[in-house]
Design a protein around this ligand. Sequence first.
Ligand code: AMP
Length: 284
Amino acid sequence: MKFFNIPEQAASWCESERDRARTIGLVPTMGALHEGHLSLVEQALAENDLCVVSIFVNPLQFNEASDYEAYPRDIDTDLNLLKQYGCSMTFTGSLSDFFDGAKNPGDIPLLDPGPFAQGLESEHRPGHFAGVRTIVARLFQTVRPDRAYFGEKDYQQTLIITDLAGQLGYPEVVVCPTLREHDGLAMSSRNRRLKPAERAEAAGIYRALCAARTAWLSGQRHPAILSARMHEVLKTTSLEVEYAEVRDPNNWNAVNGEAMTGTARALIAVRCGEVRLIDNLELA
Ligand code: AMP
């Protein structure tokens, strides 16, 4: 496996592989890899000649300095795992390397995050999706992948990235299923920061999502009532709820309106001790 510390070198490597007609699948990550990330690598390898993984804890998408600092980092273990899984190339870089020598984040022009950025994550993490869209666009320009792989776990992010790829005209965005622990908790790099008691409480997120799905399957279609079902379950835990909502992916910005008819997705964000966790589940 090739490893580059400088995005420009990664870009040259990708260019020479593309010249040899190799197809490239890109998996953008912030490292501290777990099985969820590695499932994206496996899918990228199954569908492309080469898999490229970026590892970069992007300061542009953190709205709290303490969250950025506490974000887990373990590049040596990550590189070993990626080697074992058959990843072709991994790269990282500094913010300045990614953005033409910019000295501080304020100098970097941020992209408009687009129509799917309203509410939910944006409401609780102002500026988050502008930072995400800006770095992902830069990763796409660096690698010029045929396909890029993202986890359904960050559902609102997949809408924003699909919109970005539509605007750029590439790559094909592949959304991969969420990998979960035995009790349903979505795998996340942040889980390793949970204390044992918090880890047990965190399973309440999936229980709440499942309660919304059970209500949906028994005919409930009102987003406010489905949301209330989730809040009831979350109230039985010590989790501090930021949001627990149901949205229609085909009518994203309609909030708690009429009964839903087509697609629906339940989405939750909570604080569990000092750790922020998100998850979601398709209801229909
Ligand atoms: P991150 O390193 O958290 O930015 O995640 C990198 C990619 O892995 C994103 O596309 C995530 O949605 C995806 N991902 C994170 N957790 C999971 C999971 N449990 N299952 C599948 N994909 C995941």
